[in-house]
Design a protein around this ligand. Sequence first.
Ligand SMILES: [Zn+2]
Length: 255
Amino acid sequence: MSANVIAMFDAALAAAVTRAGPEISATEQGHVEQGHIKQTEILKDLFEGHYESATTVAQAFEGAVLGIGVAEAVDGEIVAFDDTVWRVPVDGIPVLAEPALGLPFSVVALGGTEVSKSVAAGTDFTGLTTLIDEILKAAGQHDHHAVAAVRVDGTFTGVVLRSEPRQQRPYRPLIEVLDHEVQFPFDTWSGTLVGFRFPDVSDQVVIPGLHLHGIGADRRSGGHCHRAVTVSATLRVWIDDVDIFVPMTGVHYGM
Ligand SMILES: [Zn+2]
């Protein structure tokens, strides 16, 4: 059960990830030490309704700079930064995630060199993605193959966060679960958004594009972030390579 294998991975992306090493050692930001992203499970399995534990909070987030995930049985969105892991259940109020809590899916950044930029007011997710791609390009990465860990701290308008109700077996596909998602809109919201900018691929392995989860500055709100527009914010990016682990559970033996 504990043996891990590296999953099949988009060939172009895998090549880009492998290639990313030495090229980024000298940039206009100075030396950029490549970090590391650890993803457990693949998007396809999650979308097919495999909500059983594939790892635990303690296992997945040890040494994490930041990370995201979903709780077992889709019992909340997972958000991690500042050595803390939260679970945001369907009521939208963050609670500390227990170390033993099971996760069917997680993506965790383990380090690397941080590149920091202030963000102009009025920047939405598209604008943030452009900014991140500029940072990656300056570091010698091809933006269409880029993988980066992302953190945005600040004040935002037009924020929509979401969580989903806990599921009962037999599990429904994720798309049906998300039909019943609960949204939390905020005219003005201060907090921290963390997540990843993966390439815009549809390989069913990684989540394409920019994907962020948030926790409010007062720790009273959080969840998956549908959208947010900056009022004033600081963007931090860690350029990373990726390993994807698929635990040898029943799912992968066709059980
Ligand atoms: Zn999410």
